[in-house]
Design a protein around this ligand. Structure first.
Ligand code: AMP
Length: 279
């Protein structure tokens, strides 16, 4: 496995990779969710590349950029074990050199859900992912359903900017008690960790109600909100029942829907989602 930091070394190493090339973009501190993306890429592509970069521009001014967990040696060992061929671990100044002033923004699907709470987040995501697509020229790029809106936004960007890359969406990997794996779970103390599956419990309760015939978006939202609010350590930021493509909030009877939420457990902000109806 080749590990490079400069753009020049990345371009040389990329040119030597047989295609198709699969790319797995990450911010590091890898867990089984990230590893599942790399494994899928390994199964589907002749070459697998990954990036480990804590992207400063997708963090808001009061968010956790400085404290975001990092463990590069462990991350590299995990990627090597999956059979990844190439890893780019650029320092921030390689991605954002002095004088950087070009941004990629997606207008509409960034307005809702995470974008409504984190106004500069997706501009950072789409800018860095566009740069990764330009640098790696991947044939396929692997993203997790865990970040459902990110998938919608990146698909839109790839379509609008003619990136010749297939966006592959991989299922959310969960702990045994349902908590979606996340690098941010490392922030939770034992009591908070015990409370954190409440997001999955709320989503599951709504999915059960839907399976039993409930179709009213507001009732599903209220059901989820009630379960979150009953957990003393949880503070709900939003719960949503939205159109899976436009991400607009739904009212009245639904067929397909993206259920999603952001919940604070102490200072840690967790997100999770589930799709109702046919994917
Ligand atoms: P991050 O390092 O948090 O930026 O995540 C890198 C990629 O891994 C993104 O495409 C995420 O959606 C994906 N990912 C993160 N957590 C999970 C999970 N629990 N299951 C599946 N994919 C995940």
């Amino acid at each position: 496995m080749k590990v490079v930091t400069t753009l020049e070394d990345l371009r040389h190493a990329r040119a030597a990779l047989p295609g198709p090339v699969g790319l797995v973009p990450t911010m590091g501190y890898l867990h089984e969710g990230h590893v599942s993306l790399a494994r899928r890429a390994r199964a589907e592509c002749a070459s697998v590349a990954a990036s480990i970069f804590v992207n400063p521009t997708q963090f808001g001014p009061s968010e956790d950029l400085a404290s975001y967990p990092r463990d590069l040696p462990r991350d590299l060992a995990l990627l090597e074990a999956v059979g990844v061929d190439l890893v780019w671990t650029p320092p921030p100044e390689v991605v954002y050199p002095a004088g950087f002033q070009t941004w990629v923004t997606v207008n509409e699907v960034t307005q809702h859900l995470e974008g409504a709470q984190r106004p500069t987040h997706f501009r950072g995501v789409t800018t860095v992912v566009a740069k990764l697509f330009n640098a790696f020229r991947p044939d396929r790029a692997y993203f997790g359903q865990k970040d459902a809106q990110q998938v919608v936004v990146i698909k839109q960007m790839a379509r609008d900017l003619n990136f010749a890359v297939a966006i592959v969406v991989c299922p959310t990997v969960r702990e045994h008690d349902g908590l979606a794996m996340s690098s941010r779970n490392a922030y939770l103390d034992p009591a908070q960790r015990a409370a954190a599956p409440v997001l999955f419990h709320a989503l599951s309760a709504a999915a059960t109600a839907y399976a039993a015939g409930e179709r009213d978006a507001e009732i599903l939202r209220e059901l989820m909100a009630g379960i979150i609010d009953a957990e003393a350590l949880a503070r709900r930021q939003y719960v949503s029942c939205a159109d899976p493509e436009t991400l607009q909030e739904l009212y009245g009877p639904i067929q397909r829907a993206l259920l999603s939420m952001a919940v604070y457990i102490g200072k840690t902000r967790l997100i999770d989602n589930l799709v109702l109806g046919d994917m």
